[in-house]
Design a protein around this ligand. Structure first.
Ligand code: PLP
Length: 302
């Protein structure tokens, strides 16, 4: 039996939280807590997936297949959302199968996802994987949900009241799909800022622009590259300490891959007077704490 879009029920869990007196500068800072959406599909991943799942069902597919690493937020979210939608799922996982799968992969398997482990080398050529593994009932979703359909779903992140009260909306970027969605939904005069979590991701702007139409490409958005802390998922002690302190002050959990680097960047940019004092910032807490499961347990109080 195919279910309706039952994830929608969880939307009211997302809310805006004011981070009062975030800094001495007077800049107003709020956070959109997408991490509260749902304990498993926490954050932006469901928004990116929603129309892919809809399309899969509308075209009579019975299975989705997608790609990710051992601590991928996308993999768990895809497994859960597929199950909710009444679809089977397969995950093509980067790296050889180990006797000890990560907690993330175990959770996805428990949700019914079939795992196919791919060597790091073979993983580079996803077109070939699709070519050799395709079956008529399978609907393929790119790694991280990259694509126009993903961006269209991400645009619905800003379907909340009073969004025009913000001068700047800030997010972490991996593939840039969420950012493209935010640009699509941005109001006139609003700037979308993407904080890249990858080192030397110089193609990011091109990849975001590819998901936007001509008019959307004229909107105001910018990229910040200096806050990757050494590269994807790299987490020096300064970052761990920052996450700890952020939790102690606000009781908001962040993750080592995305949101900690975003919040660190915002803090630093405010300190460096990047924003005028009348600015009103909305930080997107995109959820997804899977990366923290790669650390020893009890690293954080959350
Ligand atoms: C996947 C993810 C992102 C990056 O989203 P993109 O659309 O790939 O740029 C940001 N934050 C979190 C928590 C994520 O899981």
């Amino acid at each position: 039996m195919l279910k309706k879009d039952s994830m929608k029920e969880y939307l009211p869990n997302c809310r805006i939280q004011e981070l009062a007196n975030f800094s001495k500068s007077g800049v107003h800072v709020d956070m959109l807590r997408l991490d509260l959406l749902h304990p498993v599909v926490s954050g932006n991943k469901w928004f990116k997936l929603r129309y892919y799942l809809e399309e899969a069902r509308a075209t009579g597919k019975t299975r989705i297949a997608t790609f990710g690493g051992a601590y991928s937020n996308h993999i768990v979210a895809a497994a859960f959302a597929a199950k909710e939608a009444g679809l089977h799922s397969t995950g093509y996982i980067r790296g050889d199968q180990t006797t000890n799968p990560s907690p993330t992969l175990l959770q996805a398997m428990e949700l019914g996802m079939k795992m196919a482990f791919v060597t790091r080398e073979a993983y580079q050529d996803k077109e070939k994987i699709i070519e050799t593994s395709h079956s008529p009932e399978t609907y393929w979703i790119q790694e991280g949900g990259y694509g126009e359909t993903g961006a269209k779903g991400a645009a619905t992140i800003l379907d909340i009241p009073n969004i025009d009260a913000y001068t700047h909306i800030l997010c972490a970027t991996g593939t840039g799909t969420m950012m493209a969605g935010l640009v699509k939904a941005a109001k006139a005069g609003q700037e979308i800022i993407g904080v890249s979590v990858l080192k030397n991701h110089l193609s990011l702007e091109t990849e975001v622009r590819a998901l936007l139409n001509v008019a959307e490409n004229e909107k105001t958005f910018s990229f910040i590259h200096g806050y990757h802390f050494g590269g994807y998922a790299k987490h020096p002690q300064t970052l761990i300490g920052f996450m700890q302190a952020f939790w102690e002050r606000w009781q908001i959990p962040t993750d080592i891959v995305y949101t900690s680097k975003l919040v660190f960047a915002v803090t630093d940019l405010i300190q460096k007077n990047h924003f005028s004092p009348e600015s009103r910032l909305l930080i997107i807490h995109s959820g997804g704490l899977q990366g923290n499961r790669s650390l020893p347990p009890n690293t954080f109080a959350f």
